[in-house]
Write a protein that binds this ligand. Structure first.
Ligand code: NAP
Ligand code: MN
Length: 258
């Protein structure tokens, strides 16, 4: 690995950490913002999402690593007081590449990739969505919206929706409801549904007025005629792994111990 770039959250602590990293890394690597082989994300999980989206058109070549300056950090391997260890590990160069699965979402006009999730949300009125799985009508959903998350995103929005936490290297996607309405007249599955790469989820509605398409941290206004197709993407995001943090340890660190 010869070139690197830093994507930094714009707060004083992250900016100062980023300067410290640069001061030492410039001895061993070349800073190249346009075509880096390594991208160091300094900030939170949101910064890591931003980093992956920034280099989404170079995923075959770029590898990501994160250092967290906030409270926890699920997508980042290093805590802020471990920055010297990160530099030493980069210097040693002893790493593995760890691939995270992505989702691909297509609307009529656009195509996006997501690391965490894709969601259709409407807070103005109840959103009616006909859900098809592999072209087969599955259910009509009514409520605030639907969320389809990756394994990496299972600890993010999906978790707040009561979805399952999934080991991060699983090539699975999870469809969860956002405040679904369930009674005699309106029936949808209700429980989170886990699917794999053999499935395409098609979301169709008479009207998406007032609804948004959320793709990780991005928000896109939906148009009435939009139809939405979500499937596991062929592309993956490559993460550098210098130290192995077992998935269950990561979970405990983030959610169970203070
Ligand atoms: P944000 O409002 O800062 O994100 C909400 C929280 O989710 C933050 O604590 C963020 O960590 C954390 N997070 C993001 N990805 C995660 C992951 N893969 N596993 C565990 N926690 C994760 O907004 P943001 O930083 O731009 O992140 C966008 C993400 O926020 C979306 O992809 C969505 O998953 C999540 N979100 C969650 C809810 C909810 O739970 N009700 C609502 C909207 C959006 P940091 O503080 O380190 O950034
Ligand atoms: Mn954030």
């Amino acid at each position: 690995m010869k070139t690197y770039a830093i994507v930094c959250k714009q707060d004083p602590q992250s900016l100062s950490l980023s300067e410290k990293l640069k001061a030492q890394l410039n001895d061993i690597l070349i800073y190249d913002e346009e075509h880096p082989e390594m991208v160091i994300s300094v900030g939170g999980d949101g910064t890591m999402l931003y980093s992956v989206h920034k280099y989404m058109d170079q995923l075959e070549r770029v590898a990501f690593i994160g250092i967290h300056t906030g409270t926890l950090g699920f997508l980042t391997d290093y805590q802020r007081d471990e920055y010297q260890q990160l530099i030493d590990d980069i210097r040693k160069g002893d790493y593995l590449i760890y691939e995270r699965h992505l989702l691909e979402v297509k609307t009529k006009e656009e195509k996006y990739l997501a690391l965490n999730e894709v969601r259709v949300e409407n807070n103005r009125r109840s959103q009616v969505i006909d859900v098809y799985i592999n072209d087969d009508f599955f259910e009509t959903f009514r409520g605030n919206g639907l969320c389809v998350s990756t394994a990496s995103g299972s600890t993010a929005y999906n978790k707040s929706l009561g979805g399952a936490v999934i080991n991060s290297n699983a090539g699975l996607m999870q469809l969860s409801e956002i405040a679904g309405i369930h009674h005699n007249a309106y029936r949808s599955l209700g429980s989170p549904l886990i699917l794999d790469k053999s499935h395409t989820i098609h979301l169709q509605s008479q009207s998406y007025q007032g609804a948004i398409l959320g793709v990780d941290h991005l928000v896109i206004d939906l148009k009435d005629k939009d139809s939405i197709d979500i499937a596991m993407a062929n592309q993956k995001a490559r993460f550098l792994q210098y130290k192995r943090v077992p998935f269950t340890k990561r979970l405990k660190r983030a959610y169970l111990r203070s």
